[in-house]
Write a protein that binds this ligand. Structure first.
Ligand code: GLA
Length: 653
């Protein structure tokens, strides 16, 4: 009896009276995600009364682009009603947004772009029969600043079950890629650049069961290969191309692969790969964590598919003030040398630890007096610091603009933007060590056009991706616009791979399992590889789970990134929320990624000719490492929400 009663009470709560109105603000808004602040009931996102172009609303929900609220209507609602617009509380008076109502995969209503000051726009959407509804506020393509968005007077007219806020759909983290074969596979780059006479180090990335024996025919005499570890060391040979044939053998078979050692001026002939400390450790990075990362690169198998740099980001030096007293101390010693903080007892010993494993080490500084996190920068000590980094044994330098802006007195001329990078680029090039030079100045002055001229090998094309992880597709599409500047030794850098476990960039939080869905993680890696982006994983190396490693370590996916032609993908719009990235490969194959950045699963069909690909192709599913049986001139598939199909196309045999 009592059970029956409780069942009826519950259903009475869930089911509304016919024609009843349920305000949006009555739903569980904790499930709403948004780009800034928290959703507010009957208030704007800043807590002010709801107001659009001078018209006040008593009720509604204040949010901020980019905002998503998923609802289960279960066919119980008839209409969704509201007034929408940018709230008057923005200061300065800016902000442009797009409100959208999507039901069961279809766009039911869109406001188009609404700017602050536009009168409230009435929404009246027929939602009869809709199971799942998504209320979305986009940034109208100009970023989220000032995008205070109001769903004013928003309400559902209910005839059956009441609407319920739910989480965004999540997929199971399905492992797509089979484990590497037990027999050897050499995952070496096709070409490695070095400068004559400089120290040379390269651990041949190779999957397959150990023990393994390595051999190299045609290796220049100044280099030696350790046959058991596969580490090549020595002195870079004389100027010119040296063709080497590598062999790896174990109990299950053997593999052979060509390697060109190109001794000259160029470095980073394929996009650099490794790990960077920023997004997992921020101002908590220590010598110990860096060593653990080096060990984990080997133990996890990441080094076997090509990840080789272990890069310290900001916060290894001292700061004038910091909550951690071990990071406070003299910025420089009596000789003007930079002083590592107490978490880094011996920099030389750290790089030796990394090099002993066949890996390389990276360091970070700023051309300004202070780094972005307020630690000691290199201003006024550029030559001294370049020399010191080389003495310590670093192989990679990230040079982060930050406080340098205070020194340019508002001069935004190209010469002013280039100057610090030109200075450091020349200093590094003159050193007797190969140091890959990573420009970090967020794309100012169209850095892709001149980054290589000032000695850079990679350059960030935009701000910090960690602050924009809800728009990896947009970031990738913007980065891909600079594709014509991508070539061996010169790479557009859309920032680090953030999958698995890492810390929130807004709060510089401790590493936690990320909120990206499995599809998003596969898309992330696919986009980066198709763009020939540097591949730096910036997650927590102590928390590598099987799924994360599977996404990071598919040798065939990485091969697309490392293709020696160095071409970045061009994008082709397929539909409203689908697009393709098409990348030319050195052997005449093509890599094609089909992406769905929409919120619902969708079918795609592409005719190769529409992607600018002539003739017939056979397709391989690169994530699953499986040849597909498809028609030679077209391809159809179903793409998950934010999902990808990554293909390698070759000519029919
Ligand atoms: C900037 C850079 C980041 C990181 C931090 C360190 O924000 O863009 O990649 O290096 O500085 O403070």
């Amino acid at each position: 009896m009592s059970m029956l009663l409780s069942c009826c009470v519950t259903s009475a709560l869930l089911v509304g009276a016919p024609g009843e109105t349920v305000p949006l603000g009555a739903l569980e808004l904790g499930r709403m995600t948004q780009g800034w602040g928290e959703p507010k009931v009957d208030r704007s996102v800043t807590g002010a009364p709801l107001s659009i172009a001078g018209r006040r609303f008593e009720h509604g929900v204040g949010t901020h682009a980019r905002s998503h609220l998923w609802l289960e209507l279960a066919g119980g609602s008839e209409r969704f009603l509201a007034f929408v617009g940018v709230d008057d509380d923005t200061e300065p008076a800016r902000g442009t947004v797009v409100f959208e109502v999507l039901g069961d995969g279809k766009k039911l209503w869109s406001s188009g772009t609404l700017a602050r000051g536009a009168p409230p726009l009435a929404v009246d959407v027929d939602v009869r029969g809709v199971q799942h509804l998504l209320l979305r506020v986009g940034d109208a393509g100009d970023g989220i600043d000032h995008d205070h968005a109001d769903w004013a007077d928003a309400r559902f007219v209910v005839v059956g079950e009441r609407p319920r806020a739910i989480d965004a759909p999540r997929e199971e983290p399905v492992i797509l890629t089979p484990p590497p074969a037990r027999s050897p596979r050499l995952n070496t780059a096709a070409a490695v650049g070095c400068r004559p006479g400089n120290p040379f180090l390269y651990r041949l990335p190779t999957t397959g069961e150990r023990p393994m024996r390595f051999a190299a025919a045609g290796l220049p005499a100044s280099l030696a290969l350790d046959p058991t570890t596969g580490i090549v060391r020595g002195v870079a040979p004389e100027r010119g191309e040296h063709a080497v044939t590598l062999t790896a053998t174990n109990a299950h078979g053997s593999a052979t692969r060509a390697l060109r050692i190109v001794s000259g001026d160029a470095l980073a002939l394929t996009p650099p790969m490794g790990w960077n400390s920023w997004y997992s450790h921020y101002d908590r990075i220590t010598d110990e964590l860096a060593r653990q990362a080096a060990d984990a690169l080997l133990a996890s198998g990441m080094a076997d598919v090509g990840y080789q740099y272990v890069c310290l980001d900001d916060c290894w030096m001292n700061a004038p003030a910091h909550r951690d007293p071990k990071r406070v101390g003299p910025l420089r010693d009596a000789d003007g040398e930079l002083v590592p903080n107490a978490h880094f007892p011996d920099m030389r010993a750290l790089t030796e630890y990394v090099h002993a494993r066949g890996l390389k080490a990276g360091i970070y500084t700023s051309p300004g007096p202070r780094t972005c996190a307020g630690f000691a920068g290199s201003f006024g000590h550029e030559a001294q610091d370049a020399r010191r980094f080389v003495e310590w044994g670093f192989d990679f330098l990230k040079y982060d603009w930050c406080s340098y802006g205070e020194l340019t007195a508002g001069d935004t001329s190209l010469a002013a933007l280039q100057q610090p990078y030109r200075t450091m680029g020349a200093l590094l090039a003159a050193e007797r060590r190969d140091v890959v030079f990573n420009l970090c100045q967020y794309g100012m002055g169209d850095v892709w056009e001149w980054g290589a001229d000032v000695g850079g090998h990679t350059w960030r094309t935009a701000g910090d991706l960690g602050l924009e992880l809800d728009r990896i597709f947009d970031v990738a599409l913007a980065n891909a616009e600079h594709r014509e500047w991508s070539r061996p030794g010169a790479w557009n850098d859309p920032d680090y791979i953030q999958i698995g476990s890492f810390g929130d960039a807004r709060t510089i939080g401790e590493p936690r399992p990320c909120r990206l869905t499995p599809n998003e993680q596969h898309s992330f890696m696919s986009l980066w590889c198709l763009m020939a982006a540097p591949l730096f994983f910036s997650g927590d190396m102590r928390a590598l789970d099987a799924f994360t490693l599977n996404v990071l370590c598919n040798a065939e996916v990485i091969e697309l990134d490392q293709d020696p032609l160095g071409v970045a993908a061009r994008s082709v719009v397929l539909g409203d929320e689908t697009f393709a990235f098409v990348k030319e490969l050195a052997n005449g194959d093509r890599a094609v990624g089909l992406f769905n950045h929409g919120e619902f699963e969708t079918d795609v069909r592409v005719v190769w000719a529409d992607l600018g690909l002539d003739g017939e192709w056979r397709a391989r599913d690169v994530w699953r490492q499986r040849d597909l049986r498809t028609l030679p001139t077209e391809f159809s598939t179903r793409l998950g929400r934010h999902g990808v199909a990554l293909l390698r196309l070759g000519r029919p045999r």
